[in-house]
Design a protein around this ligand. Structure first.
Ligand SMILES: O=C(O)c1ccc[n+]([C@@H]2O[C@H](COP(=O)([O-])O)[C@@H](O)[C@H]2O)c1
Ligand SMILES: Cc1cc2nc[nH]c2cc1C
Length: 336
C-alpha cells in the first residue's frame, strides 16, 4: 500500500481515511454460511466471526494460513514509583527469553503455526515518568508507531499484537482513566501481582497522571501516559487495517493502546476482535466501552500476546468450517 507517515498529522490523516470491509465478500460469505451442512446458527459465534473475517479479507471463502504474532517491548520511567511487583530489568531479560524460544508465547505461536516477531524499542531509554511530564515527545510517539507499522508482514492473514514492559499496566490504567473517566481505582489492578499497599500506591500514581494530563484525547493520551510498546501496537493495528488484515487483540495493555486509536477515530477498531478478557480487573470494562465481546475468558494475565494467540485457534476453526464444509446440495443432505 502506498501509505506511510513521518509525522503525527499524517497518522491522523490515515485514520481519517480508513476503508470499511468488503460488502460483496461479506454477502457471499453470508450466503455460503446459509448453505453449509449444519442447522442454521449451530456453529454459534463462529459463523459471525467467519463472515466478519471474509468481509475484511475480501474473499467469501477465506482461510487462515499465515497468522503473525508480534511482541513489542518497552521500558517505563514510571517504574521508579514502585508500581510493579517486578524490577524493570525483567523487560530486557524476557526479550532474551522470547528470542531464545523459552517464553509462553513461543510455545503458543508454534501450536497455531504462527510466525512470531519480537521488537525491543529503545529499552535503554525508558519513557519519561508520566506523573511529572509526558511519557514521550511527539517524535518518539511517531517513531514507536512506525516500528509497529513496519513490523506487520503484508503477506500475513491474521495479526496478534502483544507486549512486554514492566510497569505498563500503570500506563494502560492511566490511558483508560483519561479516556473513560470514573475514578482511578476503577481502572487500576494488580498487574504482575502487587499487594494491597502496592495497589493503593499504584492507584495514586494513576490519579496523579490523570490530573496532570487531564483533557487529553486520542493519540495524545498514548503519547502522554503510554509507552513505546503500546504505541508500536497501535501502529501495527493501524497498518493491519490498511492492509485488510484482521486483528486479535490481546489483554489489558493491548486493549488500552487500541482504545487510543478508537478515541482518535471512531470505527478504527472495526477490523479487531478481542481475543480474550484478562484477569486484570479493568480489562472487562474497557472491552465493554469498546463494544468488544472477548472470544476467551481463561483468567490469564500474562500479556506477550498469549490470549490473542490462543484465539487464533478459534478463528482458524471458524474459517476451516466456513470454507471447508460441504453445502447441503454438495453432500446430498436433505433439509437445506
Ligand atoms: O495482558 C494483560 O492483561 C496483562 C495483565 C497484567 C500483566 N501483564 C504483563 O505484565 C507486565 C506489566 O505488569 P506490571 O505489574 O509490571 O505493570 C507486562 O509485561 C504485561 O505483559 C499483562
Ligand atoms: C516473568 C514475566 C513474564 C512476562 N511476560 C509478560 N509480562 C511479564 C512479566 C513478568 C514478570
Amino acid at each position: 500500500m502506498g501509505q506511510d507517515f513521518s509525522q503525527l498529522a499524517e497518522v491522523q490523516g490515515i485514520l481519517g481515511a480508513l476503508q470499511g470491509s468488503d460488502d460483496v465478500a461479506r454477502a457471499a460469505a453470508e450466503a455460503r454460511n446459509g448453505q453449509l451442512t449444519k442447522p442454521p446458527g449451530a456453529l454459534g459465534r463462529l459463523e459471525e466471526l467467519a463472515i466478519w473475517y471474509c468481509g475484511w479479507r475480501g474473499d467469501g471463502r477465506a482461510r487462515i494460513e499465515a497468522p503473525q504474532i508480534i511482541v513489542f517491548a518497552g521500558n517505563h520511567g514510571v517504574t521508579a514509583r514502585g508500581v510493579s511487583a517486578f524490577p524493570a530489568e525483567v523487560t530486557a531479560q524476557m526479550v532474551a527469553n522470547f528470542q531464545a524460544g523459552g517464553a509462553a508465547i513461543n510455545q503458543l505461536a508454534r501450536c497455531f503455526g504462527a510466525r512470531m516477531d519480537v521488537h525491543a524499542l529503545s529499552l535503554d531509554v525508558p519513557t519519561a515518568d508520566f506523573t511529572q511530564e509526558p511519557a514521550m515527545t511527539q517524535a518518539e510517539l511517531v517513531a514507536a508507531m512506525h516500528t509497529g507499522w513496519d513490523a506487520v508482514d503484508p503477506a500475513s492473514d491474521l495479526l496478534v499484537t502483544g507486549e512486554m514492559g514492566i510497569g505498563n499496566t500503570t500506563s494502560a490504567s492511566a490511558i483508560l482513566h483519561l479516556l473513560y473517566g470514573g475514578q482511578a481505582g476503577d481502572w487500576t489492578g494488580e498487574g504482575t501481582g502487587v499487594d494491597a499497599s502496592g495497589l493503593a500506591l499504584k492507584t495514586q500514581v494513576v490519579e496523579a497522571a490523570a490530573k496532570l494530563h487531564a483533557g487529553a484525547t486520542g493519540l495524545d493520551v498514548l503519547r502522554r501516559v503510554g509507552g513505546r510498546e503500546l504505541a508500536a501496537m497501535a501502529g501495527a493495528i493501524l497498518r493491519a487495517r490498511v492492509l485488510r488484515i484482521p486483528v486479535l487483540l490481546d489483554g489489558f495493555i493491548c486493549t488500552a493502546a487500541a482504545a487510543c486509536l478508537e478515541s482518535e477515530q471512531s470505527g478504527a477498531l472495526d477490523h479487531c476482535v478481542a481475543g480474550h478478557v484478562s484477569a486484570e480487573t479493568a480489562h472487562a470494562p474497557a472491552l465493554e466501552r469498546l463494544g468488544k465481546m472477548p472470544l476467551l475468558s481463561l483468567d490469564m494475565r500474562l500479556g506477550e500476546g498469549s490470549g490473542g494467540a490462543l484465539a487464533i485457534g478459534v478463528m482458524q476453526g471458524a474459517l476451516a468450517c466456513h470454507s471447508g464444509m460441504a453445502t447441503f446440495a454438495e453432500a446430498g443432505v436433505a433439509g437445506g
